[in-house]
Design a protein around this ligand. Structure first.
Ligand code: ZN
Length: 190
């Protein structure tokens, strides 16, 4: 994951999955563009997936997102999930085989790792699913799953590089936390 942050120059939350994909040469396009470029109907795309899918065309990897079905948070997770499929070698030509259930699981794990790096969240002292959802731009349900992982995890040594990359963000976040916490305790006092 560190290499992706490094290549996309990502060092703050929320992580932009579109930027990460772009840095790796993977284009993100809306379903309306896919319909136009590849002369497909929306119905055909919905047959593949309601939210998004990825495919390979002339050696280029493309992520397609349904702009009508995805709000901002779902869009971000969908792109990150599809980026996982691309990088884990799950994709084929347009209309090819759909990923297997185990591959879907791996793509979900990839998306969570990309959008919500546990090492950074731990350093930021994120202490609830709501806070995690807010800082990472995740849906409440995705944030709850990730928060459970956060409370269970211990930091691996390879995560130090990620922490270093996000160090400026972590410092700022901790300062803001401190300020808002002291404000809250002031309110409580008076
Ligand atoms: Zn998938």
């Amino acid at each position: 994951m560190y290499e992706i942050y490094e290549r996309a120059r990502i060092g703050a939350l929320p992580v932009s999955p579109t930027e990460a994909a772009r840095a790796l040469g993977i284009k993100t396009v809306n379903y309306s563009d896919i319909c136009e470029i590849y002369c497909r109907s929306r119905r055909e795309l919905y047959g593949v997936s309601l939210y998004g899918f990825s495919f390979e065309e002339n050696g280029r990897r493309i992520i397609a997102v349904n702009e009508l079905a995805c709000g901002e948070r779902r869009r971000r997770f969908t792109i990150a999930h599809e980026l996982g499929h691309c990088l884990l070698g799950h994709i084929s030509k347009f209309g090819g085989a759909k990923p297997a259930a185990a591959q879907e699981h791996d793509a979900d794990s990839f998306a969570a790792d990309l959008l919500a790096p546990l090492s950074v969240l731990k350093k930021c002292g994120v202490s609830s699913a709501e806070e995690l959802a807010r800082v990472c731009g995740l849906s409440r349900s995705a944030a709850e799953i990730r928060f459970a992982e956060l409370t269970r995890c211990s930091l691996g040594s390879d995560e130090l590089r990620v922490i270093m990359r996000f160090s400026g963000f972590i410092d700022k976040y901790l300062q803001c936390r401190l300020t808002s916490e002291s404000r809250v305790s002031l309110y409580k006092r008076y």
